[in-house]
Design a binder for this molecule. Structure first.
Ligand code: PTJ
Length: 238
C-alpha cells in the first residue's frame, strides 16, 4: 500500500523519483529492525515529544514522501502541537509545493506554509528556501526522510532537530538531536499520542525527560538491536 501511495504521489506530481529510491532504502532498514517500533524508538519518541511540547515555535517539515505516506497523521500532530506544517522540498518547484500544500489541506490541514520568503545559510540550490514564519523562525523542527545536508544546516542555525529516519547510520540520524529510528507512518501516531500525554507535564518534568536522553547512545542501541536480530535470524544465537 505504501509503495502504491508513493507511485500515485509521483504520478500526481508530489513525490519525486528520488523519493521512491529513498523509500526502498528505508524498507531495507525496516527489515533489519523487524518492521516494528522497537524500544529504542519509543525512547526517542518520548524525548522528541518532550522537545516539541517544550518548544515555543515548533514546526513540522513535510516533503513529497511524508505528504503522500501519512497526510492524516501529519495533520493530527500539527493540531495536537498547534504547529504549522511547512512544505520544505529537496527538489523544490513552486508547482510541487503547491500541490503538496493542497493535498495536506484536503486532509484537513489548516496551517500549511509552502511559500518561501527566507533562506537557510550555507545551503545551495532550492533546498535553502524556507518560510520566515515557519522553519526560519522556529526553535524545534520535526523532519522525516530528510537529506543530511539540510539537517546539518538547520543544526547550524541553532534549531533543535527531531528526525524520523529508518537508517541509524544516515547523516540525518547521526546529526539530529533526537532520532527516531522507525517507519514514519508507525512513528507519527505514537509521537502524537505522546505529545498529548505530555501536554499536562511541567516544563521541569519535560526538561528532565530531554536531559535523560542521549542520542548517540540510543543509536548505538539500535545498531545492537540489529546485530542481535541478525544473529538470531542466522541461527547463531546462543
Ligand atoms: O520530496 P523532496 O523533494 O524533499 O525529496 C525527498 C527525498 C526523500 C528524495 C530526500 O529527502 C532524500 O533524498 O532523502 P535521503 O537522503 O534519501 O534520505 C532519506 C532517509 O529516509 C534514508 O535514510 C531512508 O532510509 C529513510 N527512509 C525512507 N523511507 C522511510 C525512511 N525513514 C522512515 N520512514 C520511511 N518510510
Amino acid at each position: 500500500m505504501q509503495r502504491e501511495r508513493l507511485v500515485r504521489g509521483f504520478e500526481e506530481g508530489m513525490t519525486v523519483l528520488q523519493g521512491l529510491i529513498a523509500h526502498g532504502r528505508g524498507e531495507a532498514f525496516d527489515y533489519l529492525i523487524g518492521e516494528r517500533t522497537i524500544p529504542e524508538a519509543l525512547s526517542a519518541i518520548k524525548a522528541g515529544a518532550a522537545a516539541l511540547v517544550l518548544a515555543s515555535k515548533p514546526v513540522i517539515s513535510v516533503n513529497g514522501n511524508t505528504a503522500v505516506l501519512c497526510p492524516e497523521e501529519l495533520v493530527r500532530l500539527s493540531e495536537a502541537l498547534n504547529a504549522p506544517l511547512e512544505v520544505n522540498l529537496f527538489y523544490r518547484s513552486e508547482e510541487r509545493a503547491r500541490r503538496i500544500a493542497e493535498h495536506l489541506r484536503r486532509h484537513g490541514a489548516e496551517r500549511v506554509l509552502w511559500r518561501c520568503d527566507a533562506e537557510i545559510e550555507g545551503l545551495s540550490s532550492e533546498r535553502r528556501r524556507v518560510s520566515s514564519s515557519g522553519i526560519y523562525a522556529s526553535d524545534v523542527v520535526l523532519l522525516a526522510i530528510e537529506d543530511g545536508d539540510r539537517t546539518l544546516a538547520l543544526k547550524r542555525l541553532g534549531k533543535r532537530v527531531v528526525a524520523i529516519d529508518l537508517n541509524p547510520l544516515s547523516r540525518t540520524a547521526q546529526e539530529a538531536d533526537i532520532t527516531v529510528v522507525d517507519e514514519v507512518t508507525r512513528a507519527l501516531p505514537l509521537l502524537t499520542a505522546q505529545v498529548q500525554c505530555m501536554q499536562g507535564m511541567s516544563a521541569e518534568e519535560l526538561a528532565s525527560v530531554l536531559e535523560g536522553f542521549d542520542n548517540r547512545r540510543n543509536l548505538g542501541r539500535v545498531l545492537e538491536h540489529m546485530r542481535r536480530r541478525l544473529r538470531e535470524l542466522s541461527g547463531q544465537s546462543g
